[in-house]
Design a protein around this ligand. Structure first.
Ligand code: 5GP
Ligand code: ZN
Length: 147
């Protein structure tokens, strides 16, 4: 039984993969629960979200503060803090996020007109939720370079 299920039941239970520097390079360590992660809460169904697409390892849902007529977030169910850690997870997880994002764009009717996939990563990029997520933005002309 994972430590997080002993004693007080945590508000959010999920799987996390963290990477620590070992003598022979980065070591992948799996932990069983991440408390106080908003998107883990959405993945667990504990926090409501308008879901538009799901796969065994991913969920897509409407952004609560849309910046374009189509603004959907695609997340892994498993906790990864950012794109770099998602890429390191391997097993095609990042490919699956990209494929789901393209499917969301197609289902939302913006595949023809074009759309943008964004992974804000870190402070300067304005990442506010530390659970990797792809923004799918479309339905209007998007400025370049971004602000
Ligand atoms: P970031 O700023 O980390 O790239 O993106 C986080 C996104 O999550 C923001 O666009 C923000 O509007 C969205 N967001 C924050 N809280 C919630 C929430 O409770 N529900 C949903 N659906 N989206 C949220
Ligand atoms: Zn999380």
């Amino acid at each position: 039984m994972p430590a997080c299920t002993r004693g007080v039941v945590p508000r959010v239970r999920s799987t996390a993969t963290i990477y620590v520097r070992g003598r022979a390079g980065p070591v992948q360590v799996k932990i069983d629960c991440v408390t106080d992660c908003l998107f883990c809460g959405i993945a667990a169904g504990q926090i409501p979200a308008i879901r538009v697409l799901e796969s065994p390892r991913t969920i897509a849902f409407h952004d609560i503060n849309p910046q374009a007529p189509v603004h959907v977030l695609v997340i892994p169910r498993e906790h990864h803090p950012d794109l770099a850690s998602l890429a390191q997870a391997g097993a095609g997880l990042l490919d699956e996020i990209a494929a789901q994002a393209a499917l969301v764009a197609s289902q939302s009717g913006v595949a023809e007109t074009g759309y943008r996939i964004v992974f804000n990563t870190g402070q300067h990029a304005g990442q506010t939720v530390q659970h990797a997520h792809a923004h799918v933005l479309g339905g209007r002309s998007l400025n370049w370079p971004p602000g």
